[in-house]
Design a protein around this ligand. Sequence first.
Ligand code: HEM
Ligand code: HEM
Length: 172
Amino acid sequence: MNKPFVWDALVRLTHWIVAALFLANYFILPKGSEPHQWAGYIVIVAVIIRLIWGVITHSPARLSRFKPSPRKAIEHLKEVKATHQDHHLGHNPAGAIMIWLMWALLLATGITGWGTEWSVFHHAHWLKETHETLASITMTAVAIHVAALIVMSKVTHRSYIRSMWIQKKSTQ
Ligand code: HEM
Ligand code: HEM
């Protein structure tokens, strides 16, 4: 059996920057303030860096290694239910769908927030509303993401959280 899988440093670093700043913007920083805006810009940049890395690297973090496929995701969930195992190196097909969705939602939330600062959209109420709605939908996806990790860790006894934690990388 392989040693536990650990994501590379760039994936782990961008993950925790995005997670911390998203949660800070959603729960703590005053809405629309300078720190809120800067946290949002950093989220956008961190996601873009991660996506560029996903084109360059040949590790399991490569984007083409986890293309979203609802059919594969359903097959995978059935397999996990039957075997209580997940042997995927990197993202499993169900996780893959959620991750693409979170990236899209994070970018859409950040960009609509940024849009409120552009003179063409100044004081555009609909854009603020869109930004808020997207932030809430992203928060729902994040809650499902964390809940799914807890359930999957219990069912398969695989430590997904350790694979994203700060530690020495033990395998590709
Ligand atoms: C991941 C990034 C972001 C998240 C999670 C986020 C989250 C939110 C949330 C939840 C609200 C709604 C507040 C309410 O209920 O009234 C809000 C409002 C706002 N956000 Fe963001 N935001 C992000 C990025 C940005 C960026 C990049 C900017 C601008 C550069 C921005 C500018 C604003 C503005 C102007 C408001 C409206 C404040 C008001 O009602 O006057 N946000 N944001
Ligand atoms: C707070 C508790 C959180 C934990 C414990 C956690 C843990 C993880 C783990 C273990 C993975 C890898 C899953 C796998 O092996 O397939 C992952 C991936 C991911 N998570 Fe989280 N996460 C958390 C919060 C968040 C938040 C708040 C966001 C977004 C705002 C987020 C966005 C993502 C994204 C985009 C990925 C894909 C990473 C990549 O491939 O670069 N996570 N998370």
